[in-house]
Design a protein around this ligand. Sequence first.
Ligand SMILES: [Zn+2]
Length: 298
Amino acid sequence: MIKQAAVVLASFIAAGGAVMACNGNTGAGAADSSKGPENAVAAEFPSEIEQLAENVFLFTNSTHRSLLVVTNDAVLATDPQGSQSNAERFVEVIREMTNAPIRYVVYSHHHGDHILGGEAFPADSEFIAHRNAEPYLESMDARSVDRFVGDEETIDVGGLEVVLIYPGPSETDSSLVILVPERRVAFMVDAVAVRTVPWRTMNDANPHDWISALERVETLDFDILAPGHGPTGSKSDVRENISYLETLVGAVQERIEQGQTLEEIQETLELPEYSDWVRYNEHFKENIQGVYRELIGA
Ligand SMILES: [Zn+2]
């Protein structure tokens, strides 16, 4: 999909097309191709940008990723990326791509490594988060939120619909899916990734809730799964994440019923079918710990 988009773009430019390939407006003919019409998406993107679909991009800062929806009239960005300097670069990248106003900035969830730095965005950008993020934000140094949303809210980004969906508690109880239905892209941070085990003790989240949330994500209509870390995947990766969690919970539960301690489980339990997943060697024992704590109600 990504390669296809790049190839289409490259051949379009090679054929002498004006710099409008990404927003569906060909701009052919009389357009000034040296400058391009105002608010068009640039033909060449900064290296931190990956195009997922028409109007839809990922911005990468080190290992962290943000979604970017760019139309002629508006930009929606997620997650300022944890610091003023990261956010400044993010804004700079957006400005290299388009002159359209950055109307919306959505916090994917409330963790500081993703959301701090919002002051670098324009003063009139509207900051949006799920309502469950509110109590956490009160004690954080994050830019304040202008609009809290509930379970589902549709935002018009210059004529393109972006839907914010809260699928229930997963890694956190403020984690949103940012869905671009017409482009069949779903973005979610930390609660899902491609062939990657969850981070450390899984934020001590309830694994049953997490599974339910991913089952809800799986019912959404999309093809491209864009996680907040690591490579882009597809809907089948959501199912693989569910299978991993179900297998882990089942295995830990079984050993608890046999009277094993956390240490005994950590020493003996392996899930070979997931041993090639990213971070398995580093975080699998901590994943066990997170699930164990929840299952024994500690
Ligand atoms: Zn993260």
